[in-house]
Design a protein around this ligand. Structure first.
Ligand SMILES: Nc1ncnc2c1ncn2[C@@H]1O[C@H](COP(=O)(O)OP(=O)(O)OP(=O)(O)O)[C@@H](O)[C@H]1O
Ligand SMILES: [Mg+2]
Length: 486
């Protein structure tokens, strides 16, 4: 089934609401009008009844004046056409009546007459006489003796409600003609207005539809009015900005990864081609194979690092949290790195306090320290110093690796945790670095709800400080903030 457009839905709702309002309006007008007309009929009947009750016609109710009509004419100055008038005694018996009541068999509601007599109140009633399709409105007006103040009889004056009925019928006709026409106009206007209101949304969806990876820099024109639609456009543009940035980073990442892997492959290819050009001695072959193995190891490291990073991006890298004795771990590592430091003629010192046990993944924390120490050794020239310290701080512990190495330029510091970023590409690659070590460090630290900071001065050295919280806690879910798009 074809989905119904918002425009049609809006119009339908508009017409529905409008028709309900219109119906309510018509009903209230109808009811008010009917009441008003009836009230004016009642008013006229009351005036007449009051007039009659004060005349000699009502002095002796049981007296049947033969010239009732004539006397009425005299009272009103004209013949009260269409009025049914009769004078009743206290029991409801008819004393006098107009001729038109002779052929219309309108019974006297004696119960009502008695009520008028006993209470002295004016009571209106609508009668539906047999054989007449129009109801008759009657007033039952008490005739009060002005001396004794007692009710002496009742004057009934009636009139056909034909005029009221006719007026109401005419009003209904107006409603039935005008109502649908108004609804039609409302539907047309509603459809037009909905279309006008939704036009910017159509434009937004048209523009959005043709944005692909090839034109991710295209943006929606944001309307000047900062209304809901303006905000929607701005939000989509914001999303496109982020997508474009992510895409750029992914493209950059793929290019960097390919480049990193191509370098060792090119080296290996060169070495193998040279080796195959002619017959070589065993030593030469061994040298070539050794060099190839080095490149293969380098590639394996890159691939392993990338695998770890992509797994952590997808949240697939499971960390096994357990109590970790950092003091023991640092001391262990120091003894291993001592050999390497000696090889590079670097003085490796430590300042390890007894610290609180932390909760974390033993293997990953070790990997973090290895990466930091490797960097310190890699980027510190012979004769330099490296100092590893461990101490308790508020709510956690701090591991710091300080070196007197080459340092990091200020503008490079914010980027050193990016994947494949190296402050000094040539130098770093010469040492076998691919720029993934600190990305992994950052991920590990964040997965442990910790933080890392760097202080560095070019030519003087760098300090990497890692804060790790103590107390039992879960691995951070947002550890993937080190993702390419971080
Ligand atoms: N202690 C340090 N002193 C000076 N520069 C450093 C230090 N540690 C890191 N850097 C700079 O930060 C960059 C990124 O470091 P990172 O550990 O991520 O990559 P890498 O050491 O080049 O390669 P690898 O993936 O093998 O670790 C390095 O290339 C280097 O320029
Ligand atoms: Mg490194």
């Amino acid at each position: 089934m074809k989905p119904v457009s918002i425009r049609v839905k809006l119009t339908a709702w508009y017409v529905l609401v409008f028709s309900v309002v219109l119906a309510c309006f018509c009903v209230s007008i109808y009811v008010m009008m009917e009441r008003k007309l009836l009230r004016s009929v009642d008013h006229r009947l009351q005036t007449m009844a009051e007039l009659i009750s004060k005349t000699e016609l009502c002095v002796v109710p049981n007296f049947l004046p033969p010239d009732f009509e004539r006397r009425l004419n005299r009272i009103f100055g004209t013949r009260p056409v269409g009025k049914f008038i009769r004078v009743l005694d206290l029991s409801g018996e008819i004393g006098s009546r107009t001729d038109n009541l002779d052929d219309t068999k309108i019974p006297v509601n004696k119960k009502l007459v008695r009520e008028v007599v006993s209470t002295g109140k004016i009571i209106f009633e609508t009668q539906y006489p047999l054989g007449r399709d129009m109801p008759i409105r009657f007033i039952n007006f008490p005739v009060v003796d002005f001396r004794s103040h007692k009710v002496r009889g009742v004057v009934q004056v009636g009139t056909s409600l034909e005029f009221v009925r006719e007026s109401m019928r005419n009003l209904l006709v107006v409603f039935f003609v005008l109502g649908p026409s108004l609804l039609f106009v409302a539907a047309v206007v509603g459809f037009f207005l909905a279309g006008k209101a939704l036009k910017p949304i159509r434009e937004i969806s048209q523009t959005t539809r043709h944005i692909t990876v090839n034109n991710l820099d295209e943006r929606i024109t944001v309307p000047v009015t900062r209304d809901d639609i303006g905000q929607l456009a701005a939000t989509i543009n914001g999303m496109l900005d982020r997508l474009s940035l992510s895409f750029q980073k992914i493209t950059q990442f793929t290019a960097d990864a390919s480049h990193e892997l191509r370098t060792p492959l090119t080296i290996m290819q060169g070495e193998l081609e040279i080796a195959l050009r002619g017959e070589r001695s065993v030593d030469e072959y061994l040298e070539t194979l050794g060099s190839c193995l080095e490149e293969v190891e380098r590639m394996a490291t890159i691939v392993n690092d990338l695998l770890l990073l992509s797994k952590s991006d997808m949240g697939q890298e499971v960390l096994n949290f357990e109590p970790v004795d950092m003091q023991l771990m640092v001391n262990n590592l120091l003894s291993h790195f001592q050999i390497l430091a000696d090889e590079h003629q670097i003085n490796l010192g430590s300042d390890v306090d007894e610290v609180e046990t932390i909760y974390g993944d033993q293997l990953r924390l070790r990997q973090m320290l290895v990466n930091l120490l490797s960097n310190a050794i890699r980027y510190t020239p012979a004769g330099g110093r490296i100092r590893v310290s461990l101490k308790n701080v508020e709510n956690g512990i701090e591991v710091a690796v300080a070196d007197t190495g080459i340092g990091i330029p200020e503008d490079a510091i914010p980027r050193i945790f990016d994947r494949f970023y190296r402050a000094d590409k040539a130098r770093s690659r010469q040492y076998g670095g691919s720029g993934l070590g600190l990305s992994i460090v950052k991920w590990i630290v964040e997965a442990h709800n910790g933080s890392i900071s760097v202080d560095s001065i070019v030519g003087e050295g760098s300090v990497f400080r890692v804060f790790l919280p103590t107390g039992e806690h879960e691995p951070a879910g947002g550890a993937s903030s080190m993702s390419i798009v971080s």
